[in-house]
Design a protein around this ligand. Structure first.
Ligand SMILES: Nc1ncnc2c1ncn2[C@@H]1O[C@H](COP(=O)(O)OP(=O)(O)OP(=O)(O)O)[C@@H](O)[C@H]1O
Length: 612
């Protein structure tokens, strides 16, 4: 229950929900009881009006009121007796029907309000939970969000949230159902303590047997969920990899793995359906059996010499009993969804409790200006147990362009990731103007930087929003950034200009267009420090020229760290660092490095010339 306490705390406003909800649930139960109880005088008027509705010689008055079933019954029968004497039986009958209709109407109005209150509380609580998850994911380190974690986080924020939502809904009804049970059972006890004792004995038996069936069902449905995920997985892989599937004529291969999952689903579903379909007739048969026993028991009481229960009360008892079954069934069903929900909510809280390791420390300063240089001093870093950077030293003066080159996997991107503190070094430090970057707030540090990655990171939104990207830029500002990035022309030609929605990750654009949009976004941010992971993807010459030209514009007047894959683009760099296996193996300008016999840079340069 600790978990639920926390969930309720997170959702907030519990008292302002609980008070009206309890009142509404109370109203619903009372009117529903009144509705069914009206059956007793109704039957009595039809069958026993002459004996039961006699007006006593000394009528009781409301001044003698006691809150007891006996008083209420006696008073009501006396009043009906007076009415029958004055206006006849039909009038009394009409009145009772009127009462029944009004009670039923009111109970349904309360039921509707109860549902609405419960739903809106559940929805708003789950929305708060979702937002909390999203905020937590946003605050987590890039290092934490690896691919394996990605699916875990997605499953926690979808499937687990769904489970938690169901369980939360079930928990809410735990307020309503007990109220209903107390009210109905008190009436049943009042009508016949003997029969109610029997009911108390049989209810757990029927509850347990229904519970067992649903438990069996649950294990099958779990299996079903896995298989559904499997089918979706195959479909997703096939759609994403359609080019490869077609290119390799692998239709048969993917069809067979899809069919395997599909058949698995069919047989698992058959199993599930046969058990599910069994649940209802089984519980129905059990219900009929218990009602049969109850009928016999009640019948013997009614037919005895001095009956403690009249026939009309007995019939009302049976009807009320059927009404008690619903909340009992609901409670037993809810217990299992609450159990599932607790496990799911625990997983959600685990995610919410994951503290980011990279955050601004207390008393961190604001980095207001960047004046001199960025320095790497003996920086060592690795992922998990793997050492990647083995003592990196270099300096990047304000206004300089520094290029990182070298074989794949050498650690170039990792070096770049340390500047905006996507990771922190294990040893050594990265400093800005002589101060360790960990002394600055993350936000102020990153506010001086712009990042253009190999893969253009775009969102399924308008072109305008993709360039403005959370800033309050005006259309003119966005347009002038797009012009500098050679993007304005193609944007103007798009269906809705800057308001065109570009599809998932910019899928409606070409590779070069996507890159130019990313560059426009960086130009608009106007960062002093630019980190550029040069794209390797081959573009056609024209598009490449446009992108290169845009990059040249972007780099002007900034301090740039560029990860270069095409050496032709960095000949003008102030400094080139050749990175191999986590170390700087050569450092210098293009000419200096080309002058080194047997130098790695020279070799790389020659290799690229050869392949071009
Ligand atoms: N998130 C990660 N978790 C574990 N290992 C990683 C991670 N990112 C990179 N690595 C490993 O660290 C090493 C350096 O990777 P990095 O991406 O920095 O190299 P790179 O020089 O930029 O390579 P490329 O030129 O191919 O982009 C590689 O061996 C890579 O496998």
């Amino acid at each position: 229950m600790k978990i639920y306490k926390r969930l309720i705390q997170l959702a907030g406003n519990f008292t302002s929900f609980l008070i009206p909800y309890t009142l509404v649930a109370l109203g619903m139960s009372l009117f529903s009881l009144l509705n069914f109880s009206m059956m007793i005088p109704l039957l009595d008027i039809l069958f026993n009006s002459d004996t039961l509705f006699e007006v006593p010689a000394n009528p009781i008055t409301l001044e003698e009121f006691e809150f007891s079933g006996a008083f209420i019954k006696e008073y009501m029968y006396q009043e009906f007796g007076i009415l029958i004497a004055l206006h006849g039986k039909l009038y009394a009958l009409m009145l009772i029907c009127g009462f029944t209709i009004s009670a039923s109407l009111l109970s349904n109005i309360f039921r509707y309000s109860e549902r609405r209150l419960a739903e809106s509380y559940k929805r708003s609580s789950i929305a708060t939970l979702r937002s909390a998850i999203f905020q937590r994911v946003l605050s987590l380190d890039i290092g934490y969000l690896t691919n394996s974690k990605k699916s875990d986080i997605i499953s926690r924020s979808t499937t687990d949230v769904q489970e938690s939502e169901n369980a939360f809904g079930a928990l809410v009804t735990f307020v309503k159902d007990p109220i209903m049970l107390v009210i109905f059972f008190s009436t049943l006890i009042y009508l016949s303590p003997k029969m109610t004792m029997f009911v108390f004995m049989i209810l757990p038996i029927s509850g347990i047997s229904i519970g067992l069936i649903s438990k069996k069902l649950k294990s099958v449905s779990h299996n079903l969920q896995d298989i559904t995920a499997n089918i979706l997985g195959v479909l997703d892989e096939t759609i994403v990899g359609m080019r490869v599937v077609k290119g390799f004529n692998a239709d048969k291969y993917v069809t067979s793995s899809y069919e395997k999952s599909n058949q698995g689903y069919v047989s698992a579903f058959r199993d599930f359906a046969s058990k599910r379909e069994l649940a209802s007739p089984l519980s129905e048969a059990m219900g009929v059996f218990f009602v049969g026993v109850l009928l016999y028991l009640g019948g013997t009481i009614v037919l005895s010499d001095s009956p403690s229960l009249s026939a009309s009360e007995f019939l009302a008892y049976l009807v009320l009993f059927t009404q008690v079954l619903n909340p009992v069934k609901a409670i037993s069903g809810n217990i299992s969804s609450i159990q599932r929900g607790i496990a799911a909510t625990e997983r959600i809280f685990e995610l919410l409790d994951t503290e980011p390791t990279i955050k601004s420390k207390e008393n961190a300063k604001e980095l207001t200006t960047f004046d001199q240089k960025i320095t790497f001093e003996n920086v060592r870093f690795g992922y998990e147990d793997k050492d990647v950077l083995k003592g990196i030293n270099f300096e990047m003066k304000k206004g300089q362009m520094v290029a990182l080159v070298g074989p794949s996997g050498g650690g170039k991107s990792t070096i770049a990731d340390l500047i905006p503190r996507f990771y922190d070094p294990r040893q050594g430090n990265v400093s800005v103007d002589g101060h360790d970057i960990r002394d600055y707030t993350l936000e102020s540090l990153r506010s001086h930087m712009g990042i253009v990655t190999q893969e253009s990171i775009l969102f399924n939104d308008t072109i305008f929003n993709n360039i403005a990207f959370g800033t309050k830029a005006t259309l003119e500002e966005v347009q002038s950034a797009a012009k500098i990035a050679n993007a304005h022309e193609f944007i103007e030609k798009a269906d809705q200009g800057y308001e065109t929605v570009i599809g998932d990750r910019g899928s409606k654009l070409s590779g070069g267009q996507r890159q130019r949009l990313s560059i426009a976004r960086a130009i608009l941010k106007n960062p002093e420090i630019l980190i550029l992971d040069e794209a390797t993807s081959a573009l056609d010459t024209e598009s490449e020229k446009l992108v290169q030209d845009a990059i040249q514009h972007l780099m002007q007047g900034r301090t740039v760290l560029v990860i270069a894959h095409r050496l032709s683009t960095i000949q003008e760099a102030d400094k080139i660092l050749v990175i191999k296996e986590g170390e700087v193996v050569e450092e210098g300008t293009h000419n200096e490095l080309m002058g080194m016999d047997e130098g790695m840079y020279k070799k790389l340069q020659e290799m690229q010339e050869y392949t071009q």
